[in-house]
Write a protein that binds this ligand. Structure first.
Ligand code: NAP
Length: 282
């Protein structure tokens, strides 16, 4: 039997309607939520991501400021811009699109963002708050995955969740959110010896490696929820995930497509985090 598709585009539309309503309420109280997005350099992929984020703000009543800088921008100048945005009461969220050019220390830049405006949730104090179970901001992609599980009313408590990928922006925060929701969590990385041994035990399988087809149908427990975070290009240049979707959907109980799965949810949760940041200033 074919898996049920968790449609991230549809779920996003529902959540964005709530964002727009909350943004309108804030605006009526004289506090329109504001997000600043900073892009350094000309990476075509980053330009697309940033454009989508800015457009999503505009479509949902969030004021957005887009600052684009040449790749030669100095670290000191970038830190200066962040200091100005930290002090700007019209800005509730600051996002610096990663990756940054190699002469800029991304850690230093993220730590320079005021923690209460760190809507990506990457600041070290927000990572610590998440780890100790008192999150201020949940990183957007893992937060979106939790909303997808919620949308199918999946009983996360007691389930075995296996996460393939252990990055600071996806795998690690995802493990924390699932652990806090009561799952038993296994995290795999590139050194994991027998990946399939782990993935076959997963009730919830989250895959975030950037390696196309790293998870095939034989690595999935029948009926499992499979969440594909990966974004790759296939041989024809079309967007695809990390999971062999065509075959995996015949084994999984639920599965997310790429495109139209986790991607739109990530942007939606950025909007949600910006609203939460603005509401906290009331
Ligand atoms: P990343 O920083 O490159 O991390 C990749 C992780 O995958 C690392 O922990 C790495 O292990 C692990 N890995 C690599 N090969 C593996 C293997 N053979 N077996 C098991 N684990 C392996 O990537 P990321 O930033 O987390 O992103 C991952 C993917 O998600 C990318 O395709 C990215 O474009 C996509 N993404 C999508 C969204 C979205 O909104 N849809 C958001 C963020 C990211 P080590 O730790 O051992 O190196």
């Amino acid at each position: 039997m074919s898996a049920q598709i968790i449609n991230g585009t549809q779920l996003s539309q529902k959540l964005r309607a709530d964002v727009a309503a909350r943004a309108a309420q804030l605006t009526a109280r004289g506090k329109q939520p504001g997000l600043a997005v900073i892009l350094v350099g000309d990476s075509p992929a980053s330009q697309v991501y940033v454009r989508n984020k800015v457009k999503a703000c505009e479509d949902n009543g969030i004021h957005s400021v887009f600052e684009k800088y040449d790749a030669a921008l100095t670290e000191a100048d970038l830190l200066g811009r962040i200091a100005a945005l930290n002090a700007d009461p019209a800005i509730h969220g600051i996002l610096v699109q990663l990756p940054l050019p190699p002469h800029i220390d991304a850690h230093k830049v993220i730590e320079a963002i005021a923690a209460e405006k760190d809507v990506d949730g990457f600041h070290i104090s927000n990572a610590g708050l998440l780890m100790t179970g008192q999150p201020l901001f949940r990183p957007c992609t893992p937060y979106g995955v939790m909303k997808m599980l919620e949308s199918i009313a999946y009983p996360v408590r007691g389930a075995h969740a296996v996460i393939v990928g252990a990055s600071n922006i996806v795998g690690k925060p995802q493990s924390m959110l699932l652990l806090q929701a009561g799952a038993t969590v296994t995290i795999c990385n590139s050194k994991t010896r027998d990946l399939g041994l782990h993935t076959r035990q997963a009730d919830i399988l989250v895959v975030a490696t950037g390696k196309r087809n790293i998870v095939t149908a034989d690595m999935i427990k029948p009926g499992a929820v499979v969440i594909d975070v990966g974004m790759n290009r296939d041989d024809e240049g079309k967007l695809c995930g990390d999971v062999d979707f065509a075959n995996a959907k015949e084994v999984a109980g639920y599965i997310t497509p790429v495109p139209g799965g986790v991607g739109p949810m990530t942007i939606t949760m950025l909007l949600v985090n910006t609203i939460e940041a603005a509401e906290r200033t009331l």
